[in-house]
Design a protein around this ligand. Structure first.
Ligand code: PLP
Length: 396
């Protein structure tokens, strides 16, 4: 192999129904980034022309990002992605905020793991996948003055389930007469591709987003830190990002994040309508064609509380890993939504928290659409999934 790896098989014809994992970089994002990987390679920490050019690019990107996220430019802290933003928000930086963090049981591991590492509390979710607000209130009142942050994701990456952040914030602020202000954090990494965070995340003090989930590059994200929200740096060093996140700015990534959020914001209504209709056709078609399949987070068919891009099924009597293997052999890429970083399947903590039976969870299938998904992708899945399920059931 040379310095750059070559694919082992052609990738162009694959049907990608795993957009919740990552997305193709939008053409306008590539175009916006290219100069900053070429002649405009300055480090904004310097003071000469090349550096000033980079400062201007970062400033302009920050302004556009702030506009789309519904915050002031000074409230945007760039990071390496969703994981870092989540860790930063939950911990409060280094040293961590006093008090213990609290989160919902359906959070991504980027929230759950730091909460657990800091001795925090995990609040259950209901069968609908939403955080149990009564349990949250009870946990907060027991912990009283020792809560540092409450973290509840806007949209779940496995099921697409949406939380009502305003309701979460109301519960948190109701305990505040006894407690100094508790920060509310939301992991909006999945939501940002679909929802207008100006309104949907308005009641959060801290908001995490990531570029690669919405047609931007990998390795860039942001944490919105609203004014008067205490936050120490997690990454210390040269004092970039007003001392809140050190490290030479990823100028091309920042410009790419701005272009991706800009395009997402511009196209949001049309994309949501088009992709929502595709998802409905996909889910309805599969439910009709696959016996003993349930739509995990919409068992009664009401999808109003879900992201438009995710179709999550539990298919009884089918093993996800075998199913995914057969689908891939037909060129359809999907996910069980519960793989660990090595790619091996492990049981889903999200489905377990929702009380989905182990036998049903074993047959979980997440088909996730993105900004560039097409009718043909859905046609391919409507053909491949029922065939693959039949084969798994016949041959085990
Ligand atoms: N939070 C959620 C809900 C996610 O879906 C992901 C990515 O899978 C992350 C956080 C982590 O983001 P990143 O891959 O940018 O580190």
């Amino acid at each position: 192999m040379g310095p750059v790896s070559t694919p082992s098989a052609p990738l162009a014809d694959l049907v990608d129904l795993d957009h919740a994992a990552t997305t193709r970089v939008r053409p306008e994002v590539l175009e916006a980034m290219a100069p900053f990987l070429g002649d405009r390679y300055g480090n904004p920490s310097g003071s000469h022309r090349l550096a000033r050019d980079a400062v201007r690019a970062v400033d302009e990107a920050r302004e556009r990002i702030a506009e789309v996220l519904g915050c002031a430019p000074g409230e945007v802290v760039f990071s390496s992605g969703g994981t870092e933003s989540d860790n930063h928000a939950v911990s409060g930086g280094m040293p961590p905020r006093p008090g213990v963090p609290v989160c919902s049981a359906a959070e991504h591991h980027a929230v759950l793991d730091p909460v657990e590492a800091l001795g925090g509390r995990v609040v259950p979710v209901g069968r609908d996948g939403r955080v149990d607000l009564d349990a949250l209130a009870a946990t907060l009142s027991v912990l009283a003055t020792t809560v540092s942050v409450v973290s509840v994701m806007l949209a779940n990456n496995e099921t697409g389930v949406l939380n009502d952040l305003d309701a979460v914030a109301r519960v948190v602020h109701a305990v505040e007469p006894e407690v100094p202000k508790v920060a509310v954090h939301t992991d909006a990494v999945q939501a940002a591709a679909w929802m207008d965070l100006r309104s949907a995340a308005a009641s959060a003090d801290l908001v995490s987003v990531s570029g690669h989930k919405l047609g931007g590059p990998k390795g860039i994200g942001a944490l919105v830190v609203r004014r008067n929200t205490p936050l120490a740096p997690l990454v210390r060093g040269g004092g970039q990002e007003r001392g809140r996140r050190s490290g030479t700015s990823n100028v091309a990534g920042i410009v790419g994040l701005a272009a991706a959020l800009d395009a997402t914001d511009r196209d949001r209504d049309a994309t949501n309508q088009r992709i929502g209709a595709l998802r409905d056709r996909l889910a309805d078609g599969l439910l009709a064609a696959v016996p003993d399949a349930i739509e995990t987070a919409a068992p009664d068919g009401d999808r109003s509380g879900l992201l438009p891009g995710i179709c999550h099924l539990c298919i009884d009597g089918v093993d996800s890993e075998t199913l995914l293997f057969l689908l891939e052999s037909e060129g359809v890429l999907a996910s069980a939504a519960s793989s660990c970083s090595s790619g091996a399947q492990q049981s889903s903590h999200v489905l377990a928290a929702m009380g989905v039976a182990e036998s049903a969870a074993r047959g979980s299938l997440r088909l996730s659409l993105g900004w560039d998904s097409t009718e043909a992708d859905v046609d391919a899945a409507l053909h491949a999934v029922p065939t693959a399920v039949r084969r798994v059931r016949e041959f085990g």
